[in-house]
Design a protein around this ligand. Sequence first.
Ligand code: COA
Length: 208
Amino acid sequence: MSSENASKIVEITFPEGYLIQTERLTLRPPTVADVDGLWPHVTNPEITTFLAWEPHGSKDETQGMVQALNDAHQAGTGFHWIVLVNQQPIGIVSLIDVRRRHRSWVLNRAELAYWIAPESQSQGFATESSRAVISFAFRRLGFHKLMVYHASDNPSSGKVAQKLGFRLVGEEREAFQKNSVWHHLMQYEMLESEFDKRTTDGMKDPTK
Ligand SMILES: CC(C)(COP(=O)(O)OP(=O)(O)OC[C@H]1O[C@@H](n2cnc3c(N)ncnc32)[C@H](O)[C@@H]1OP(=O)(O)O)[C@@H](O)C(=O)NCCC(=O)NCCS
């Protein structure tokens, strides 16, 4: 399964707006109509172990999250896609911590973040959906660099970053505390020019 996913040519199309289609997945911005579909996942503590949020306690909270994701989208401070298999939500892939400029510097960078529901994991869905979002970020949103940060004790997230072709930059010691435990953060990055190289190495991107 794993080596197939790594070497397989993945077709990615951007039919309209923020809609993204891959071989197995549809990605689109979440709406309040997704609250019921997201609910079993956003209440699952297995998903949030290393994330900066806790399992939701009410559907109002989930609706508030969807609203916050849409607000970020409108403001250009974050971009979020719900990942669907056969119309059913299985996760969310996001571009967060968007930084376009710092005073007179141009930055155009963002962090790629992802979660996939446990019952849908280890089927290459985080890799396939993230690869499509990376393509959208570089081709349509004008980003120059993307980063991935993951807790050093969350190796599956690092595996996704590696399969996507991110470069390991370093390790930040005791970067955040969750449930009274300090976690180190592994830091990865990818330049737009590095993604270009990968399009000739197993990725077919018709928008290029
Ligand atoms: C990290 C996460 C998004 C991966 O989703 P996924 O759809 O299973 O990812 P993929 O199937 O594309 O790839 C996962 C890879 O990690 C590997 N993996 C799984 N558990 C692992 C472990 N404990 N150690 C090392 N590798 C592991 C899988 O084998 C697979 O690699 P392979 O294709 O070479 O076999 C998912 O586990 C998740 O949502 N976790 C909870 C939220 C989270 O931690 N998000 C990341 C925050 S930085």
